[in-house]
Write a new protein. Structure first.
Length: 271
């Protein structure tokens, strides 16, 4: 766990030890730190301050208890001055501070590159998402318009059928009304003749005979036509199948993102 800075400067022993030199493993006050960095051999030393100071975690060579000054590129490890001579004399060595700075630069650049790439990918996803949503709206609009087209045709066909039925109904009712009037008129005539015959009961036979002969001619002239067969209308509906309805519309196509593709096989070793 991180420790607080040393209570006093290990150089002047007067000021507070607010800064910790990682290369010298010592605590400095602000004034001694400035003097330390002005020294030519210490100008590249790095300091920790405040809660970042953790003396328990200072990294010393476990074999020589020396501070690491170099970085062995062949062994990919920091080494102290003694190790650089005894074990890494022919290896490619670089200054640890410069190597750390270079590595820091590379890591920061790598992070920045990934952030940039992630932002580009995010922008691409947002753009493609908006494009996809616009496509969905366009498809819905097209399907709705197509449905309305068929609805209008159906409404027109229904209207045509209804008008045809009304026209035929009107013609049939007119014919039935005309025929009804004929039969009613015949009934009225017959009732009047029945009344006349009753009034002629007191006439002399000769006169009655003559009157009945004339009346018979009128009665015989009435042609009682048989009632025609009743009017008939029916409608045999059709129930189109699902495939017939589907044939009225187009087809939709979907394309799943590459990441959503399903795989057929799995490796037992790595999954």
């Amino acid at each position: 766990m991180a420790q607080a800075a040393a209570s006093t400067c290990e150089i002047c022993t007067a000021g507070p030890g607010e800064y910790y030199c990682q290369q010298c493993d010592q605590s400095f006050c602000g004034s001694c730190k400035s003097s330390h960095l002005r020294t030519k051999s210490c100008k590249n030393h790095t300091f920790l301050s405040g809660p970042n100071i953790n003396k328990e975690e200072k990294l010393l060579c476990t074999e020589h208890e020396e501070i690491y000054f170099f970085y062995c590129q062949d062994c990919d490890t920091p080494v102290c001055r003694i190790c650089s001579v005894e074990k890494h004399s022919r290896h490619l060595m670089t200054d640890l501070t410069k190597s750390a700075e270079k590595l820091r630069y590379e890591v920061v650049k790598n992070i920045e590159s990934k952030v940039t790439t992630s932002k580009v990918n995010l922008s691409k996803i947002e753009k493609e998402t908006q494009t996809y949503r616009d496509e969905v709206k366009a498809v819905i609009k097209t399907i709705t318009e197509e449905g309305n087209y068929w609805k209008n045709l159906i409404d027109k066909k229904v209207g045509s059928f209804v008008r045809l039925l009304h026209d035929e109904e009107q013609k049939t009712i007119q014919n039935i009304t005309a025929l009804t009037k004929v039969y009613r008129r015949d009934i009225e005539n017959c009732q009047q003749w029945e009344k006349k015959i009753k009034e002629m009961e007191t006439m002399a036979d000769v006169l009655l005979f003559e009157r009945l002969k004339k009346l018979k001619v009128d009665v015989d002239n009435i042609d009682l036509k048989p009632v025609p067969e009743g009017s008939y209308v029916s409608y045999r509906n059709k129930k189109p199948s699902g495939t017939e309805i589907d044939s009225l519309f187009g087809e939709m196509q979907f394309k799943a993102p590459e990441s959503q593709k399903k795989y057929k096989y799995a490796c037992f070793s790595c999954g």
